[in-house]
Design a protein around this ligand. Structure first.
Ligand code: GLY
Length: 477
């Protein structure tokens, strides 16, 4: 059987590996804008073919479908989904992993997502206001007394543009003015009419639940946590994720079984509501990017219409059943037959990027990498290739996170193992990576305990999800 994989990053390398290792002996074909060496290895090993093209172009994907004649498809990244690439497979009558363009609005438009959650009264929703006028948004910020998060109304410029600023009620007028000025900058990034979304600001440990659905059955994967900030101890600009953890089992050390189940219910209800709202069945991955808050317990920050990267590298390598076959079953509407088995040990992922990422991708591009893959594997590290291409016999960076190193085992032991593996990477530039990922987990446990105490009290008092904040204007939402 032939499978056509769309995408070129580390997430797609992981997906390609699981397809290549399947007992179904798939021939893996790929369409990418550059040659990812990891995907290349799988394509070669399975007797497929590597096609070059624009993964977000319907035309290029149609052409690839015609050339390959696949039995099913897997679409990895969000941008092709926003451009209707999964629809191209379905138009040809082919099963595919990935929601339609209409359904992927759950990720593309934060306003659509929040409106849906309120319309269908899905738990974990936050109060929000959407603004077409930047002036009105600034006025709201200047007048509102509570804490807010200001975001572009839709996904712009790829990953890492999320919360642009936040504000505490007690902070100075100067900070409030600075924030209201940032509205212009954020608004200028957005093409649609609605420019800005302002949400009530919440705090707590973050985590992600990925759910695979064929529209009938829902398969929750083990939880993961993404480390978003560029530098050690969570400082610096937001990135697509500098690493991740998953486990032990299906949980994280700071999330309980009840919270996992509640989160699953929220994500499943959201997928069902999207299908109802659009008349188009949601199929593929839907991932809840969550925060444990005192307001709700599990609370939705945003949704992905695909798997997260680098969350995928922490999750799929821990799956001991045949994940390639699970993808096929989901694409074909037979997910009820899937059996998911996961190793109990956790996983830690460190992403490695050239200096310059994420703000100066020009500086992070075109750098040469050399890896001692054999020794890394001997030490127990898996290596996934991300934003790095095989060009003229060399490994050349493309400006984002070039590699993801994965270790499965106890958190501390994995961090030590990754530390020794990362030293086996050489480059003609300085590399950035975070050695704190997988360490100090107890700090997150402490944070979660405080939040848990508060939200469980709300459960007792019947005030879960009821926001009350001080506002000089008596509430402007
Ligand atoms: N790790 C965040 C993302 O995949 O967007």
């Amino acid at each position: 059987m032939k499978v056509l994989l769309i995408g070129e990053g580390a997430r797609e390398h992981v997906l390609a590996e699981s397809l290549g290792n399947s007992s179904e002996s798939y021939r893996v074909y790929a369409l990418s804008s550059y040659i990812n060496p990891g995907i290349m290895e799988v394509v070669r090993k399975t007797g497929g073919e590597y096609l070059r093209g624009n993964v977000s172009s319907q035309e290029d994907v149609r052409e690839a479908i015609r050339t390959v004649g696949p039995d099913f498809g897997v679409v990895g990244p969000e941008d092709p989904l926003f451009h209707g690439v999964a629809d191209e497979f379905r138009k040809e009558g082919l099963p595919v992993i990935g929601p339609s363009k209409t359904c992927s609005q759950i990720e593309k438009s934060k306003v659509w997502m929040r409106e849906l959650m309120w319309k269908y009264q899905i738990d974990g929703r936050l109060r929000f206001r959407a603004f077409t006028s930047l002036e009105e948004a600034s006025k709201f910020i200047m007048e509102y007394g509570g804490s807010v998060a200001v975001k572009p109304s839709e996904q712009v410029g790829g990953k890492g543009v999320k919360v642009v600023a936040d504000l505490q009620a007690y902070l100075s007028k100067e900070k409030r003015s600075a924030l209201s000025r940032s509205v212009d900058e954020i608004g200028s990034l957005v093409k649609s009419e609605v420019k800005i979304i302002i949400e009530e600001k919440v705090d707590g440990p973050e985590y992600t639940l990925h759910v695979l659905t064929d529209g009938y059955s829902y398969l929750p994967l083990p939880l993961a946590q993404d480390y978003k900030h560029a530098y050690q101890d969570g400082i610096g600009p937001e990135t697509g994720g500098m690493g991740s953890i998953s486990g032990p089992g299906n949980l994280l050390p700071f999330i309980t079984r009840e919270e996992y189940e509640k989160t699953f219910e929220i994500v499943k209800r959201t997928a069902e509501s999207i299908s109802k709202e659009t008349g188009d069945t949601y199929r593929g991955f839907i991932s809840g990017q969550m925060m444990l808050t005192e307001l709700w317990g599990p609370t939705v920050i945003e949704f992905y219409s695909r798997m997260g990267d680098p969350e995928t590298s922490a999750i799929i390598p821990r799956i001991s059943s045949d994940f390639g076959r699970i993808l096929q079953l989901a694409a074909e509407g037979r997910l009820a037959k899937a059996m998911l088995e996961v190793v109990p040990e956790p996983a830690v992922v460190w992403a490695v990027a050239p200096l310059g990422y994420p703000l100066r991708r020009d500086l992070a591009s075109g750098k040469e990498f050399q890896l001692d893959l054999e020794r890394m594997r001997e030490k127990g590290c898996k290596v996934y290739f991300g934003s790095i291409a095989y060009e003229g016999g060399k490994l050349i960076s493309k400006g984002s996170r070039a590699l993801e190193l994965v270790s499965i085992g106890d958190f501390e032991e994995s961090s030590r193992r990754l530390e020794s593996c990362v030293k086996l990477i050489n480059s003609n530039t300085e590399l950035i990576y975070r050695t704190d990922i997988g360490r100090g987990i107890w700090e997150q446990q402490d944070k979660a305990e405080i939040v848990r105490y508060s939200y469980l009290n709300r459960v007792k008092r019947g005030t879960l999800g009821v926001s009350k904040d001080w506002s000089p204007n008596g509430g402007l939402w």
